[in-house]
Each structure stands twice: as C-alpha cells, then as structure tokens.
Design a protein around this ligand. Sequence first.
Ligand SMILES: NC(=O)c1ccc[n+]([C@@H]2O[C@H](COP(=O)([O-])OP(=O)(O)OC[C@H]3O[C@@H](n4cnc5c(N)ncnc54)[C@H](O)[C@@H]3O)[C@@H](O)[C@H]2O)c1
Length: 449
Amino acid sequence: MNRRTFLATPAVAAAAATEAVAANDKIGVALIGCGGMGRSDLADFQKQPEVEIRALCDVYRPNAETAAKMLTGKADLYNDYRRILERKDVDAVVVATPDHWHPLIAIQACEAGKDVYVEKPISHNVREGRLMVEAARRHKRVMQVGIQQRSGAHFQRAVAAVKEGRIGKVHFAQCWNHGFSASNKGMGHPEDAPVPEGLDWDLWLGPAPKIPYNPARRNFRAFWDYAGGELTNWCVHLIDIVHWALEVDTPLTVTSSGGKWFYDDCRDCADTQEVIWEYPGNLLVRYSTLVHNSFGPNGHPGNKSFGSYGIMLQGTKGTLFIDRAGYEIIPQMEMHSEKVTQGSREAYDDLNGLGQFFTGLTMAERATTSFQHQPHVRNFVDCLKSREKPVGDIEIGHHSTATCLIGNIALRTGEKLQWDGAKEQFKNSAKANEMLRREYRKPWTLAGL
Ligand SMILES: NC(=O)c1ccc[n+]([C@@H]2O[C@H](COP(=O)([O-])OP(=O)(O)OC[C@H]3O[C@@H](n4cnc5c(N)ncnc54)[C@H](O)[C@@H]3O)[C@@H](O)[C@H]2O)c1
C-alpha cells in the first residue's frame, strides 16, 4: 500500500460505544503510535466514558490495524500525524511513538490547540524537553507524561510516608533494572533490508538521520539516534519516584560508567551501566542496569518479565523499597545495652552479648500493588475539563527525563559533569553541552532548538 492510500483510510469499526454521556461532553482523542504502549494507552483511554477515539496513526500500517481491532467505536486511520492535527474534532492526542518523535509531535499538537498525553521519556535530548514545557505553557495546553506510577495509590502512600519523615533523612537512594539474558546474541547484526510492506521508513526516521532500513533499528531504545538504552527507558520511571518522594528534581553533578559489555550485537547503547548523581541536601542517587544477572540490591532475583527493578530510599530511620508490586518500609535497627552483673556477663550464651537489644527507629509497613495506568489516564481526562496541571505534568516529566539524558552524556564523555539546573547546561564541559540538542534532518525543524 502506498502512502497516499494509507492517509485517512476509513476506519475499522467495532460495536458502537454504549456510554450514557451526552454527545457534547465527548472528548475526541487520537492515538499517534500504535505499538505496544500505544495500545496499552488506547485500552485505558477507551474506558473513560467521555472519550471517543476518533483517529489512529502509525507509520506502520499493520500496527494501526491491530489497534483498530481494539476499538469499541469508529476511528480513521492515518500514517501522517499532521493530518490528525488538522482535525477540529480531535481535542487531545496520545503520543506513543519512539522517543525521537515525541517533542515535535507534542509541540505541533500544542500549536494546533490539542492537549497532549506523551509517553516517557518525553524527549530525545534536554533542549527539546524544555521546548515542550514552553509550548504547553504558551498555548495553555494540558500535557501529561506517561509516568503513571504517580497515579498509583501505593506509590502515593509510600511517598507520603517518606515526606512525613517515616524513614528519616535520606542520604542515599538507589534504583536499578537488573535482568537476565541467557544469550549474548541480542538482536544480532542484521543486514540492511528492503522496507517492509506497510512501513513508511522515512516518516519513522523523521528528524533523526536518514539511513537505509535495518530491522534492528525498530528496537529504537538501543540506538542513540532515537533513545538512550535502559537509562532513558525504565530509569525515567524510577528516578521520578526519587524526585517526588525526596522533593528534588535537579542534580548537581553526574558521572557514569559502563558500556556495551554483554551483547554482541549492533546496538549503540550501554547494556551494563551505572550512573551516580549528587543532589542538593547531601543526597547521593545511583542507578544501575545489568542484563547478565537479575539479582537486585534489595536481595531479590526479580520476576520473569522485568527482572529485578525498583527504588530503595535509605534514610536515618529506615529504608523504603518500592516497585509496581508494592512497598516495604524496613526500620533501621538501633542497638542498646543494659547493665549486667559480673555473673551474667560470664554466661555468654547469646552472640550479641547479654544485655544488648535492638529496637526499630520507625514503624514497619508493607503494601501490595495498586492500579497506576488507568487512574493516570483518568487524571489526564479530568484535567482536560478542569484545566489544572495533571499529576505527571510536562515540567515534572521533563526533569525526570533530563536527569536520565544527562547520565548518558556523562557516560559518553567519560567526565564528571556539573549541572546548572537553572540554565539547563553543564558548567564544566563544552563537549557535553553540544549533546544537549541535535540538528533535525530536513525538512523537519523545531524552532528554538
Ligand atoms: N509508560 C510506560 O510504562 C511505557 C511502557 C512502554 C513504552 N513506553 C514508551 O512508549 C513509547 C513507544 O514504545 P513502544 O514500546 O510502544 O514502542 P513500539 O515500537 O512498540 O511502538 C512505537 C510505534 O510508533 C510507530 N511510529 C514511529 N514513528 C511514528 C510516527 N512518526 N507517527 C506515528 N507512529 C509512529 C511505530 O511504527 C510503532 O508502531 C516509547 O517512548 C516508550 O518509552 C512507555
């Protein structure tokens, strides 16, 4: 199918929507990027009674068609998102493309008067992220980022406990993704190949450099041109909780080590990496990603799908471990001694010594999982009406994304970088500053980049 016939093809329709909401209350939503996460977003947007999915867009026709099969109503299919932005009946767009497309689509959507739900990481580089914040504010648009853990009740409760001082003053936080891959072959070294039927490769590449089609490239997370490995994928979610709980969002310094040490394949990005950030308030934060061993710093090997991952905040009174499955507050134990007689001192039948005992400095607490994604979508829909900032507002998502992006700049320069959060520039490296933005491939342009 050529590109022209792909534009504005009448939709696949399923059963009519049955929600009893007045027609003029309906909110027209379009999904741009109908891959794995786009379809997860679609599922929860469809559950909102006010929402009507009016358009689906993907540069790969089979993915748009797969999403269309999920529809409970009617929508038109597109391969060029700009046709969606022209539609008056689309109030909001969901941007679930690979990362390198998020900024341009989100900013143009703001300019077209649409509200935006954009997946994390919000951008491919730091400067783009700032431009997204500015566009949302300039055009008075609601822009929610897909950092859905903020909408999970158990995340909210754990963060409240930290803010209440339950684990004391936190000087060290760690987060990690440790996975296990039985083979180091990864995605291999495939040859360039003819563009598959139904894929608009030029539009997939968009502002990224033009290259021949290669199937490995669609694993976009593994290539610097489109993303930044696990650090800009999972770590955005994890660092976001550190920022939220500890009321920080801008590190002072960043260093990183590691590289492509396990996989023998064509990826660019690190598979084994550690990042260390220093934050105001004497806070040290570290992130690690592994693919050869799934054991985590919390002492668990993790589950099958995600390996071991999570966030651990270590405070003067206790430790919080949290992931999507629940959380645990583990008290810091303090040792006490009481006076013992000479006789009892000689009767050493206790390894700690007689008269010694331990008390916890805080209450233990444990919780299981809560819904995160569905309430996050609900919060966005509520904000479309109230015009309030959503819980994952673009400024928040920008800080969580930028923190990860500068980690990769530290890895690639090999420098300990000092970050000027107000200027969003490094204080000590011209080389690193060059990596805060990039040239767009013509004809794509982004004003202010
Ligand atoms: N919030 C979360 O928990 C979460 C989870 C997974 C992925 N994500 C994010 O969602 C985004 C998509 O990830 P994915 O796993 O679904 O990837 P994917 O490759 O499965 O899907 C991306 C889709 O976008 C399409 N696409 C590419 N360029 C496009 C364009 N210009 N216009 C329209 N469609 C285009 C691709 O053809 C593909 O179908 C990423 O940014 C990722 O970080 C978020």
